[in-house]
Design a protein around this ligand. Structure first.
Ligand SMILES: O=C[C@H](O)[C@H](O)[C@H](O)COP(=O)(O)O
Length: 232
């Protein structure tokens, strides 16, 4: 089974948790896209749900698949968010933002009663940090923000190269919110909760890709089948 088939399997397993009438957070990325496509098939067959997309790309996918959409201004909570991740550790802390959608993803996950993370099992790691940590920043004053980020890294015992993310066309990547992303190659993040707190305290940092205590469960698809891990 190839990687894409594994992602679709994980998405299909998460779909089992969707009930009629649910208000759903719709994640971003190649794995979340499978979930949206499968959800669209269920909606076409009569399932009544409404979703909040976590990116403009997901909005377009959901519209294409016929999934009705709303906003967090029109509804007061979400029952369930289903989203992918770039890394998942045994405490179900995550690195997200490889696709640049971390800010809306975190707002949606935080507004949701439950968050199910769907992934192929290559995303499962003993310690976060191999995947570059995305930090979403305001372009104004970037030099000062980078120095503050370096200081936060040092305080939390991590270090590594930082680079402003570029799009495929070579221009700076701009998020749906109009911000930039700095990717930090940290290697190993021993205390993700402390690092998350330190980064959140920096004025030029809009959000970062550490999702601490947000995921309720993870569905991991691998060659040996599907594993569901619940947060303790
Ligand atoms: O910004 C993007 C998101 O955090 C994605 O959910 C994450 O990058 C995983 O994407 P994929 O399912 O394509 O590996």
């Amino acid at each position: 089974m190839n990687m894409d088939q594994l992602k679709r399997q994980a998405a299909a397993r998460a779909l089992d948790e969707v009930r009629d009438g649910m208000q759903l957070g719709l994640g971003t990325g190649s794995t979340a896209k499978h979930f949206i496509e499968l959800l669209g098939e269920r909606v076409a067959a009569g399932l009544n749900v409404i979703g909040v997309p976590t990116s403009e790309a997901t909005r377009a996918d959901a519209e294409r698949c016929g999934v009705p959409l709303t906003t967090l201004d029109e509804i007061d909570h979400l029952d369930l968010t289903v989203d992918g991740a770039d890394e998942i550790d045994p405490q179900l802390n995550l690195i997200k933002g490889g696709g640049g959608a971390l800010l809306r993803e975190k707002i949606v996950a935080a507004a949701s009663d439950r968050m199910i993370v769907i992934a192929d099992d290559t995303k499962w790691v003993p310690t976060l940090g191999r995947f570059p940590l995305p930090v979403e920043v305001i372009p104004f004053g970037l030099g000062a923000t980078r120095r503050a980020i370096e200081k936060a890294f040092a305080q939390c015992g991590v270090s590594g190269q930082m680079a402003v993310r570029k799009a495929k066309d070579g221009h700076v990547f701009v998020t749906d919110g109009g911000h930039w992303i700095v990717d930090a190659q940290l290697g190993r993040i021993a205390d993700p909760a402390s690092l998350a707190k330190a980064l959140s305290a920096i004025p030029g940092v809009v959000e970062h890709g550490l999702f601490i205590g947000l995921a309720s469960s993870a569905v991991l698809a691998g060659g040996d089948g599907i594993r569901v891990i619940e947060r303790r």
